[in-house]
Design a protein around this ligand. Structure first.
Ligand code: TXA
Ligand code: MG
Length: 322
């Protein structure tokens, strides 16, 4: 695998060509790093599943360079979904739409719908545009971690997670730390009103206030299969206890305003929810690198980004009921 930190135009062309030739390219997005492959190439997609160790009935999100590519992949798009795409793309929101013929079973996990996203990250957008200029249609990219593990928010975390499974023709593109740090909001756009399948940085409140679209947050209301809906996911090796009380000798993740004794191993002390979501995964990864057995994690209350953080921590702890 080639690890490229200086992502020049030449490097981007090389990586786009590699994608077109059926190789894998891990690249940054504003949420987490993705493991990219040509979304129309069954063999390349099977490599993605193999590298991740992911069951093949879990669908992949197709990444496109702009809203103009949307109608290639989706049909019968509701008006509200077009409004969401116009208002929030490029950005951390994935829309689940009825699929076109281009979206084969090997991308959708055999479901009749497809997930689409335009990421808001300059290198990702340049790579997608270059790939499309070579005749590519879209890049499938799950988070670049092993199945069930913590998503990588830096290129070195990608190498740590999956480096040993990549081969010499594959790439990892490095462009620093992801600005958001947790995965995109997933919105199912199949019914009368949109349904949030996975909360993220684009919150229900933002959508309701800015776009005037009423959201459905009742996750039990869907037959859509999404690994974001699994009870255990995003997990470090260390055991997580959700609590506001840091414990001596254990790791601790929580807002800086929570006091801890010096013998607590403080893994992150974010001063805001934005900082919290940005540091959460690197803090979980740090716990494993320090070989900690147990981490106490304090979770914020409330809607919006607090919901997204709670969702990830509860899934990491393996006791999420939603
Ligand atoms: O922020 C993100 O969304 C990142 C970056 C790389 O874009 N990607 C990501 O992909 O988180 P992944 O595969 O790790 O998580 C995507 C989730 C999975 O739970 C998958 O089941 C769900 O999206 N998903 C994808 N396509 C779907 C579809 N057609 N129907 C329902 N769920 C879908
Ligand atoms: Mg993932």
């Amino acid at each position: 695998m080639e690890f490229i930190s200086n992502c020049t135009t030449d490097a981007i062309s090389k990586a786009a060509k590699a994608l077109k030739d059926g190789h894998l390219v891990a690249f940054p997005t504003e949420t987490v790093y993705g493991l990219g492959a040509d979304a129309t190439n069954e063999n390349a997609i099977s490599q993605v599943y193999a590298v991740k160790g992911r069951p093949t009935d879990h669908p992949l999100i197709v990444h496109i360079s702009s809203i103009n590519q949307m109608s290639k992949w989706a049909i019968d798009i509701p008006d509200y979904a077009i409004k969401l795409a116009r208002d929030f793309w490029p950005g951390p929101i994935t829309l689940i739409l009825k699929r076109s013929n281009l979206a084969k079973d090997f991308i959708t996990g055999g479901q009749d719908n497809v997930g689409l996203r335009v990421p808001n990250q300059p290198l990702a957008l340049a790579l997608l545009a270059e790939f499309e200029s070579l005749g590519g249609q879209g890049v499938a990219a799950p988070s670049a971690n092993r199945f069930g593990a913590v998503s990588p928010t830096s290129a070195s975390a990608v190498r740590e997670e999956i480096g040993e499974y990549l081969i010499s023709s594959d790439f990892i593109l490095d462009q620093g730390i992801c600005s958001i740090g947790i995965e995109s909001t997933i919105v199912e756009c199949l019914g009368e009103i949109p349904l949030i399948l996975r909360p993220g940085a684009i919150t229900a409140e933002m959508i309701e206030n800015k776009v005037g679209i009423k959201m459905n947050k009742n996750l039990t209301n869907t037959s859509t299969k999404s690994s974001g809906l699994m009870k255990k996911h995003y997990s470090p090796k260390a055991q997580i206890e959700i609590s506001n009380d840091p414990k001596p000798g254990y790791g601790f993740i929580g807002l800086a305003s929570i006091f801890s004794e010096p013998n607590v191993i403080r893994l992150a002390s974010p001063i805001s929810l934005v900082e919290y979501s940005n540091q959460l995964y690197s803090a979980l990864r740090l716990a494993d690198n320090l070989l900690l057995k147990k981490i106490v994690v304090s979770i914020p209350e409330g809607d919006g980004l607090a919901w997204a953080i709670r969702d990830r921590v509860e899934k990491a702890a393996g006791n999420n009921d939603a």
